[in-house]
Design a protein around this ligand. Sequence first.
Ligand code: NCD
Length: 307
Amino acid sequence: MIKHLRSAADLDAATATLILDTAAEMAALAGREVKKLPTLRGRTVVNLFYEDSTRTRISFEAAAKRLSADVINFSAKGSSVSKGESLKDTALTLQAMGADAVVIRHAASGAPHRLASWVDGSVINAGDGTHEHPTQALLDAYTMRSRLGRLDGLRVAIVGDVLHSRVARSNVLLLTTLGAHVTLVGPPTLIPLNIADALSPAAKVSYDLDSVLPDMDVVMMLRVQTERMQDSYFPSAREYSRRYGLDLARMRRMPEHAIVMHPGPMNRGMEITPEVADSSRSTIVEQVANGVSARMAVLYLLLGGKA
Ligand code: NCD
């Protein structure tokens, strides 16, 4: 088993499949009255969040607690020390406390890689800048597999602000490793040149959402990340929705069995309409529940658990 989960590229097909299978076993626990396993008793998991988060932070906390680990939540927001320095100082503190795993979210791409060189414990990337978010990709893959029965050969469109999306990058890497065909869709301004080639030979790019919808098993909508935009990437929110928003009319172009995903938080009315987000084809709430199981599996396996 790998020690750190810094990138979805750390996972080969066998390891990723083991994590998804373990997540399925963890999910069975969620239905029980007592949702706890003693597996990580006496181990310490630190949640180190330098960036805002609702779902991911709560999800990692719930996952660690359900495995009976001691959980320390460290919210670094507001720190005025320069990034590199403060991260190293913090790392040394965590090291002194004997953290077995550090879950880190940071605005700087690559922060988890630096951290891994300073601490002895496992480092898990919970989102670094616009780079990667591997546990989101795992919970997304888990959701697809549980809804559609397989990943191999699945046709997945990832739609919207790919440029700023760590969710998109990790999903392309993981899904193509597991045999899915991924198409990145969005306005040319929000799809980095050569991104598909750089990430995977099995990924494609399209600028025309309407033309790809009829061929998809999964349509994953991305949040338009205005907080990361210094320039204007499209004429107006209305124009964006008109070309790249998923509404009921567009959803009807998808095959009957196809599902709609979104990592959250959503801009309702922008990349997705409320009717689509709340429809029976949307897996958005399921993704959150699956996130706990996927993160339990990651913590369990990285900290030495057996399949
Ligand atoms: C994503 C993130 O933070 O990268 N959210 C999440 O983890 N569920 C996506 C986003 O912020 O749009």
